[in-house]
Design a protein. Sequence first.
Length: 41
Amino acid sequence: MQDSLPYRQASWGDFIADLAGAVSYFVGYWIYCRKTGKSYG
């Protein structure tokens, strides 16, 4: 994502925000799979 902004150095805040977004997506997907009884992947 940061590669599209070459003039801007990625800060720790951006990195943590990206990481939090990815983690929340996977957690939401895991909960969805548990509720629907689907297998992971």
